[in-house]
Design a protein around this ligand. Structure first.
Ligand code: KG4
Ligand code: ZN
Length: 329
């Protein structure tokens, strides 16, 4: 069974064809990062205009690269939220037009659920698929959610950030240190030549599985304002270690509390090498993490997740609409 995935929730225009939920036949992504970099962040109006320009060529590329025709496809999975309304609308309307023209079923997708399914793609787990029950830490630009997953489509929210998302914290810290945009890769790069020698506060929020990153960010800003940062590399390394410490410690503790079999990491911040290594080192349970290119936004994760929803009969109608603040659990 072959599903076309379409993803336009933020600043990547992406389309992919995935077979049986696990084999990537194509995975095309047009990034807008350079366009938004000059503004230091995503400009929603610019993002949706760019999606309009790029979506059709990207879908055509995905079909051509997969060496399939429209007749070979069994369904279309498209992200309906969470994300920027104007950006989501482009993907959803194109998906509806294609579904109508080619008489294909359409499946409305949660972007965060998609991130989790990057772990089902064969690229990510060549030897084995994830095993339930599991705990998944989703860390992206807009979310830091700790999710208990007992089955496909069965999600319980264990914890979430009370202020900044992990990716947002990386982006803000990079801005404070003058390291550029997007902040996550910039911090990781700078941290390579530094040591985590600057003490930064960790918010443990004991007794909960919630996170908070605004205190670390504020502490960093104060050090910069007081001219106490002598090495940006050391500051980046210290910040990265503080964020990873909290994420890893709380995820491992939740996995133990809920007696799960595995830990999954997902979302753009899962591309961070220090976080990946730290989670693998500190967990006695198997840890699954997608390869770098499947951590950040892409459409193969949407197509994979769409396959499992399709198998469960969760198909939508052509009245499908965007839900910018869609929740997973
Ligand atoms: O999942 P994603 O591509 O988009 C959203 O759904 O938000 O995540 C983007 C976030 C950004 O905040 C970016 O700075 C962060 O992921 N990110 C990283 C790294 N690569 C991307 N954070 C830390 N280290 C990285 N290597
Ligand atoms: Zn994302």
């Amino acid at each position: 069974m072959k599903i076309l995935g379409i993803e336009t929730s933020c600043d990547e225009t992406a389309a992919a064809v995935v077979e049986n939920g696990v084999v990537i036949l194509s995975n095309q992504i047009a990034s807008q990062v350079e366009i938004h970099a000059r503004y230091g962040g995503i400009v929603p109006e610019v993002a949706s205009r760019q999606h309009i320009l790029t979506i059709i060529p990207i879908i055509k590329q995905a079909i051509a690269k997969a060496k399939v025709t429209w007749n070979d496809l069994d369904g279309i999975a498209v992200t309906i939220g969470p994300g920027l309304a104007g950006s989501l609308l482009v993907g959803v309307n194109v998906a509806k037009a294609i579904a109508m023209a080619h008489d294909l079923p359409i499946i409305g997708m949660n972007h965060l659920e998609g991130h989790i399914y990057a772990n089902w793609l064969i690229d990510a787990t060549p030897d084995s698929a994830p095993v339930f029950p599991l705990v998944c830490l989703i860390v992206s630009g807009g979310h830091s959610d700790l999710i208990l997953m007992k089955e496909h489509q069965d999600y319980t929210l264990l914890g979430r950030t009370r202020d900044d998302a992990a990716g947002e914290a990386f982006d803000k810290a990079a801005r404070i240190l003058g390291l550029g945009y997007p902040g996550g890769p910039a911090i990781e790069q700078a941290a390579r030549s530094g040591t985590a020698s600057i003490p930064l506060p960790r918010a443990w929020l004991k007794g909960t599985n919630d996170f908070s990153f605004s205190g670390i960010k504020t502490a960093l800003r104060r050090l910069v304002e007081e001219d106490k940062i002598t090495s940006k590399a050391d500051a980046a390394a210290s910040f990265q270690e503080a964020v990873a410490d909290v994420l890893v410690t709380k995820t491992v503790a939740a996995a133990r509390e809920y007696r799960v079999k595995q830990i999954l990491l997902a979302g753009g911040v899962a591309a961070n090498g220090f976080l990946r290594q730290s989670l693998m080192t500190n967990s006695s349970l198997p840890v699954l993490i997608p390869p770098l290119k499947l951590c950040t936004d892409n459409a193969s994760m949407i197509a994979s997740c769409g396959y499992y929803r399709f198998q469960a009969g969760k198909i939508d109608g052509l009245d499908l609409d965007v839900v910018p603040n869609l929740k997973l659990a």
